[in-house]
Every structure is written in C-alpha cells, then in structure tokens.
Design a protein around this ligand. Structure first.
Ligand code: HEM
Ligand code: NAG
Ligand code: NAG
Ligand code: NAG
Ligand code: NAG
Ligand code: NAG
Ligand code: NAG
Ligand code: NAG
Ligand code: NAG
Ligand code: NAG
Ligand code: NAG
Ligand code: NAG
Ligand code: NAG
Length: 535
C-alpha cells in the first residue's frame, strides 16, 4: 500500500469520496473550522439531548414541554410586517413579564447556557432545544440550521394569552407569520406536551390539589390531544376549563369547523405538519439574520488535535469519526504525520495505529436521523524537535479493497503552527479546599524573556442558587503568568491561567522571541480531559 504512488492514491480516494458524499448527501469537513466541529458536537455527540432523551419529567411536567414553550415565547416577538423580532433569545430579557410566567422558563435557559459560545449562542440553543424536545418525547425529526443572533434587549410583549379573544389570536399569529390553519396546528403541536400550572394560573386551574393540569393523558408528543378534543374527552383546561373566557384552545381548535383537527387524527399528518411548522417557527428570525443550511453530521470528523510537550516528544491525541461505517472488526485505521522542522519521519510519514474505538450510541438526534458513529482514537508520540506540520489517516478494511485516505482532499490536516499551544497533559483540574478551577497551561517554543501569552475565555456559567435572567456569558481577557510548577524544558516555556470548568471556548495568543505572534481562536476547552490535581 505504502509503495503505491501517493498522487494516484490521493486522486482515486478524492474521487471516491466525492461520489460517496454526493450519494449520501453528507457534508465534507473543511479543515480546520473549529466552529463546525463544535456545533457538530453539540448536535450529534455531547449536547443537551441527554436532558430530554427519555421525555424526562420535571416539576410535574416534562423538560421537553418547558423547552418547546420557551422557544414559542421567544419566537413570538416576530413581526412579519417589519421583519423585527423572532427567535433571538430576547426571552432572556422578558421573563419578568406576566405573559412569560412559568416554572420551566428560567430553568430552560439555565439548561441551555452551558452549551453556548460566541458562535453558537442562546438563540441557536433554544432553537435546537425545541427540535430535541419534540424528538425526546417521541415526535418527528426537525432539521436544524444555525446562525441566529442573540438580542441584547427585550422585544415587544406579544405572547398570546388565554383570556384574549379569537380575533386577537388570529392577528397575533398573522403577525408572527402564520395563518389560521397554521395557528390551529401549532397550538395542537405545542399543547400535546405539558400543561398548565395551578400556582401560576389559579383562575384557569382552579383545583387547589392539582399542581399541573396536563393538556392530555399522555406525556408523549402524539395526537392524543387531538383525538381527546374531538371525542369530547379532553382534559385540556384551555378547552374545558370552568371559565369560558380562558378556553382559548377550544376557540382556536374549532375556528375552522374542526377541519384541521380532524386531519390530525392521522398520525402522519400530525407529525409532518408539526415538524414543518415547528421548523418554520425556529427559523423565524429578524431580517438580516442568515441561517446556515440544515446541519447533518460530518462524514469524517477530525477531532481537535491536543498537544503536550513531554520529555523530548510532543504527545498528540486526536480522533477520526466515521458515520455509518459497516461492522468490520478487521478494519484498521492509521494516523500518519509529516515533519515540520528538518527530517525524521520517512517520506511516507511517521505513523501510529488507533489506540481504541468508541461506538457512539446515545445521541437521539444522530440516531433519529438514521446515523451511527464510530470514533477511532489516536495518541501519537512525535519527535519534538522535528515536530509536525500535518497529519492524515488511512482506512484499511483488510478485505482486499483499496485502502482509503482521509486526507483533506490530498493536502492533509495541517497544524497551523507548533509554537504556542494549550498543553493538554500539563493543564489540570485543580481542587483546593475552597475551589475547583481549571489551570490552563500554554506551552511556548523558545525562551520566556520575550514572550507574553494572553487568553480570552467564554464562560456561560449561570448561578447555582436563585438564577435570575438575563444570563450573560462572562468573557474575560487575561494575561498568563509563567507557570512555576512547569519550569522551562526542552526549548519550551510554560505559562498558565485559571478558568472555570464551565468555559466552553477560548482564544489564546502568544508572542514569541523575534516578535512573531501566534493566535488560536475558538479552541474547544471542553474537549480537553484535564487530569486532577489536589492542592
Ligand atoms: C394562543 C396561543 C397559546 C396560548 C394562549 C397558550 C397558553 C399556554 C398556557 C397558559 C400555558 C401554561 C403555562 C404554565 O402553566 O407554565 C401553556 C403551556 C404550554 N404551551 Fe402554550 N399557548 C399557546 C400556544 C402555544 C404554542 C404555539 C406552543 C408551541 C408550539 C405552545 C407550547 C406550550 C407548551 C409545550 C406548554 C406546556 C409547558 C409546560 O408544561 O411547562 N403553546 N400555553
Ligand atoms: C407534583 O405535584 C404534587 C401535587 O399534585 C406536589 O405535591 C409535588 O410537590 C409536585 N412535584 C414537583 C416536583 O413539583
Ligand atoms: C395557510 O397556509 C397553508 C400553506 O400555505 C395553506 O395550505 C392553508 O390553506 C392556509 N390557510 C388559510 C386559512 O389560509
Ligand atoms: C383554593 O385556594 C384558594 C386560595 O388559597 C382559596 O381561596 C380557595 O377557597 C381554595 N379552593 C378550594 C376549592 O379549596
Ligand atoms: C375568567 O377569566 C377572566 C380572565 O382571566 C377573569 O377576568 C375572570 O374574573 C374569570 N372569571 C372567573 C369567574 O373566575
Ligand atoms: C368541534 O369539535 C368540538 C369537540 O368535539 C365540538 O364541541 C364543536 O362543536 C365542534 N365544532 C364544530 C364547528 O364542528
Ligand atoms: C397513532 O398514534 C397513537 C398513539 O401513539 C397510536 O395509539 C395509534 O395506533 C396511531 N395510529 C396510527 C394510525 O398509526
Ligand atoms: C526522558 O527520556 C529519556 C530518554 O528518552 C529517558 O532516559 C528518561 O528516563 C525520560 N524521562 C522521563 C521523566 O520520562
Ligand atoms: C452503523 O450503520 C451501518 C450502515 O447503516 C450499519 O451497516 C452498521 O451495522 C451500523 N453499526 C452498528 C454497530 O449498528
Ligand atoms: C497518550 O500517551 C501519553 C504518553 O504515553 C500518555 O501520557 C497519555 O495519557 C495518553 N493519552 C491518552 C488520551 O491516551
Ligand atoms: C532571560 O532573562 C533572565 C533575567 O533577565 C536572564 O538571566 C536570562 O539569561 C535570560 N535568558 C536568555 C536566554 O536570554
Ligand atoms: C475569538 O476570536 C473570534 C475571531 O476573532 C471572535 O469572533 C470570538 O468572539 C473570540 N472569542 C472569544 C471568547 O473572545
Ligand atoms: C468573570 O470571570 C473572571 C475570571 O474567572 C472573574 O474574575 C470574574 O469575577 C467573573 N465575573 C463575573 C461577573 O462573574
């Protein structure tokens, strides 16, 4: 295999991959693009899906119900006439309004904040949360696009309320961009989850012994709310409550002579309509905001390489993720790399075999879309003085078929620079008697005298007790200090600074001897497994 002419191999595999990508409609990965990698992780690996994956109960309702409602309330500031408002996280500034009362509203934002960063904000997380909410309770898959922009202040107070009359609701939904049929549909799609809380709506839920009056008898995302309405067995207090004024669901559901509701007795119609309309809802954004194409999992995801200087070597860990790989225990994947300074590796590259595989099974958004994922882990020991300029992979099924290169279209995955990097093995989670924090260690090639290192951290922490919106990230710029516990070694100098465990991404920059400055942006700090250190 290695005796093959490289150019031929690259040509053939590039062609092969183009065809495969075309056939699967799966996106290719533009290296290094840390933002796509981060978003892929939140959607398809370690995102908020775990919180709702079993239609998880909370406060006598479900987390899904709370997430779907908060999305609607955020989005309902949209005005189709002037293009203002929409899904923009302005809800962060609107929760004190009576129309936004509700046990799950603040908690939902607390759920979402930890996944946010500069390029994937609260609005994107609320939108994705709604898609997960529906899926988690057994509903349909809703495509997700990113790119929403978080508002910095409140929008208009335009959330529909039960005591308003039908004409007001029709106008309210028109302003949000939905006609009467769509209004009926959206209320049915929303009110299949959760219910109404006595404490917040005592005039609607009049029974003092009821905490939450559920809209229907099932907690799942299904059309039972529809069939019970049509069979006159509804328990939805917005349909059958004692106070006629607040029977808004009844007025809305019956506003077209029940035509739309009857069509929803067909499960498929209900699912398709809800998926389409909730998708339109989460894509309702202010004019001037452009959303990405729907995001599918990346076919070959190359994980952020992590480096550490250790005794004359650079330890580099990374991984390659395959989507829908066939079950082949004989498959081997090799990581190759090329020198950066001088020559040590053979012309075919230094190489190392995978150290293990992980089959990723738990993400409901991945599996609902019909995908599975296998992650191949690598840990390379690289000569520190010749270092590394780029790496690539070769997949061998060992079944007689041609090995396949995953090499960024032939150019390899380049390591932009090896002079300033977060040292993943020297960085620690530090436990003191009063605190837990991350000590982030940055390695700099060269002597320390002419060097300065700075870091900007994005910390979305919300208070543990009595969290009160608006929740705004703490973006901190700091200069790192020479790290006394890591004295200079092997031509490297080590700097460190503290960050909280909640920090999602960091930017860092180091200027080295000679005045050159190296920048790394959008580094995913959550992808580092910090060793523990007790002080
Ligand atoms: C005229 C339109 C609507 C009115 C008047 C209305 C009113 C209400 C009220 C009063 C509650 C009780 C909230 C609580 O006690 O915490 C509620 C719950 C809920 N609404 Fe609506 N709603 C409307 C439309 C929608 C739409 C379009 C959706 C989503 C597509 C939606 C989704 C939900 C969900 C999921 C809950 C349950 C929340 C939970 O259990 O925590 N609603 N709605
Ligand atoms: C659920 O409702 C019951 C009363 O119906 C109440 O006693 C209980 O505290 C509620 N649980 C939560 C978690 O709110
Ligand atoms: C609402 O729009 C949908 C989709 O365009 C259409 O099928 C439906 O007839 C419309 N309903 C009304 C009442 O205009
Ligand atoms: C429910 O509680 C309210 C306020 O505490 C009280 O006024 C009302 O009489 C109670 N109703 C019943 C049926 O117990
Ligand atoms: C019915 O609801 C309306 C609107 O909330 C309220 O003004 C009215 O007092 C309620 N009537 C009764 C009998 O509770
Ligand atoms: C719609 O269905 C509800 C519930 O069965 C019923 O009460 C109502 O009279 C119906 N309205 C029309 C116009 O058919
Ligand atoms: C519709 O869904 C309900 C609840 O999941 C189920 O009981 C029913 O059999 C389904 N009907 C059809 C026609 O699929
Ligand atoms: C560092 O490497 C040298 C030679 O490769 C070895 O003799 C030495 O024990 C290593 N030191 C540590 C601390 O691993
Ligand atoms: C992953 O998906 C592929 C393609 O559908 C399938 O052949 C394979 O068996 C799946 N792997 C597992 C472990 O389910
Ligand atoms: C990679 O190898 C180094 C050196 O053997 C080791 O210290 C480190 O823990 C390994 N990292 C992983 C993630 O396996
Ligand atoms: C760095 O600065 C220290 C103190 O100013 C000095 O002793 C040392 O020689 C310098 N190192 C180099 C390599 O210039
Ligand atoms: C990192 O740099 C990028 C590009 O300049 C910027 O958009 C982003 O906001 C920065 N991140 C932080 C945490 O400051
Ligand atoms: C923001 O983070 C910095 C660094 O961790 C900390 O010193 C500061 O107190 C934080 N500010 C707020 C408002 O939490």
């Amino acid at each position: 295999m290695l005796s093959l002419n490289c150019r031929t191999l690259f040509f053939e595999t590039t062609l092969f991959f183009s065809l495969v990508h075309w056939a699967l409609g799966i996106p290719t990965y533009q290296w290094p693009d840390p933002r796509s990698r981060y978003i892929d992780k939140v959607l398809y690996e370690d995102g908020p899906d775990l919180l709702v994956s079993g239609c998880t109960p909370r406060f006598n309702s479900t987390i899904s119900a709370q997430w779907l409602r908060v999305m609607f309330h955020d989005m309902s500031t949209h005005n189709v006439d002037d293009g203002t408002g929409g899904l923009d996280a302005s809800i962060n500034f609107e929760l004190e309004r009576p129309q936004n009362i509700g046990e799950g509203q603040t908690q939902s934002l607390v759920d979402f904040m930890p996944f946010t960063t500069t390029f994937f904000g609260l609005a994107d997380t609320i939108a994705f949360g709604a898609a997960l909410a529906v899926l988690g309770c057994g509903g349909p898959v809703i495509p997700f696009r990113a790119g929403r922009i978080d508002a910095t202040s409140a929008g208009p107070a335009t959330v529909p309320q039960p005591q308003e009359d039908l004409a007001t609701h029709i106008e309210s939904f028109r302003r949000q961009g939905f006609n009467i049929t769509e209004m009926i549909s959206l209320v049915a799609c929303g009110h299949t989850l959760g219910g109404i809380r006595h404490a917040d709506f005592p005039l609607i839920v009049t029974d003092n012994d009821t905490d939450v009056a559920l809209f229907d008898t099932t907690k799942n995302f299904d059309n039972v709310v529809v069939s019970q309405y049509l069979q006159n067995t509804s328990q939805d207090v917005l349909v059958v409550g004692p106070n006629v004024t607040t029977r808004s669901d009844f007025r809305i559901f019956s506003s077209d002579g029940n035509v739309t509701m009857r069509s929803f007795l067909n499960n498929e119609t209900f699912f398709d309509t809800c998926a389409n309309l909730i998708e339109r809802m989460i894509n309702t954004v202010p004019n001037g905001v452009t959303l990405t194409d729907p995001i599918d999992p990346l076919q070959y995801l190359v994980y952020q390489p992590l480096l550490s200087y250790q005794n004359g070597t650079l330890i580099m860990t990374t991984a390659l993720r395959l989507i829908n790989a066939s079950d082949n225990p004989s498959r081997t994947i090799t990581l190759f790399w090329a020198d950066r300074r001088g020559s040590f590796c053979p012309s075919t590259g230094c190489s190392v075999q995978t150290t293990g595989t992980q089959f990723l099974t738990t993400n409901i958004y991945l599996s609902a879309k019909g995908y599975n994922a296998t992650k191949y882990l690598f840990n390379a020991t690289i000569n520190a003085s010749t270092s590394i300029s780029k790496f690539w992979f070769e997949i061998n099924e060992n079944d007689g078929s041609q090995p396949v290169a995953v090499d960024n279209g032939g150019s390899g995955f380049s390591i932009a620079q090896d002079s300033v990097f977060i040292d993943s093995l020297r960085s620690k989670t530090v436990f003191t008697s009063t605190d837990i924090f991350l000590k982030v260690v940055v390695a700099v090639r060269g002597d320390s005298n002419a060097t300065s290192v700075a870091m900007t951290t994005f910390d979305p922490t919300t208070p543990l007790f009595n969290p009160t919106p608006p929740f705004l990230p703490n973006i901190t710029v700091m200069n790192l200090e020479l790290d006394e516990s890591n004295p200079p070694e092997g031509g490297f100098t080590f700097f460190s600074g503290a960050a909280t465990q909640q920090v999602t991404t960091v930017n860092y920059t180091g200027s080295v001897v000679g005045g050159t400055t190296f920048n790394v942006n959008d580094f995913d700090l959550k992808s580092v497994t910090f060793d523990l250190e007790f002080e």
